[in-house]
Design a protein around this ligand. Sequence first.
Ligand code: GDP
Length: 195
Amino acid sequence: MVIKNVNLETVCGITSTIPENDRFEVAFAGKSNVGKSSLINALMNRKALARTSAQPGKTQTINFYNINDAMYLVDLPGYGYANANIEIKAKWGKMIENYLHTSKKLNGVFLLIDIRHDPSENDQLMYEWMVSQGFAPIIIATKADKLKRSQLPAHLKAIEEVLNVEPGTIIIPFSAETKQGREEIWELIDSLVLV
Ligand code: GDP
């Protein structure tokens, strides 16, 4: 996709109704601080449209970015921020579930995992839940620049093993610093939405 224009069209809070868009959507999920805002900014060629911060747990909305009036990138709230209280965590989980359940235009989901660490229990739950809802999540292993190239295969394998991924699952190393993986992710998005 050649990015011509991007627009943060809809922001949904806990009590908002999910919009009924007439164009396809792809959604991005991951725990707080995994690098989701950085990925979305990199995909859109924007420096700071999606918020990035070293303070995890800030994004508590579902953000719909209209790309070229052709599709939406959907930024889901980061989950699993350790310092959030249980009630808040449950609400974010419900928002994500509600969206994944109700959107009629969602054609693909991406689950972000920090390439340096084994997936957390929340990551495993999210992955299993997505699969149970009939999605085939594509895994993006973020912050790939933080490892040496020679270390990547072992870390990718560990992610696959801990998540116990379905056969054929795609896992893409990505870096917002070097933009490694950006083209591959756009090719996948194009194949999901340009149908
Ligand atoms: P979010 O909470 O998932 O939206 O995460 P952010 O995109 O805000 O990133 C969290 C922190 O990780 C920030 O300090 C980013 O600068 C840093 N970060 C994100 N992506 C990368 C990456 O690909 N490489 C490196 N080295 N740092 C990253």
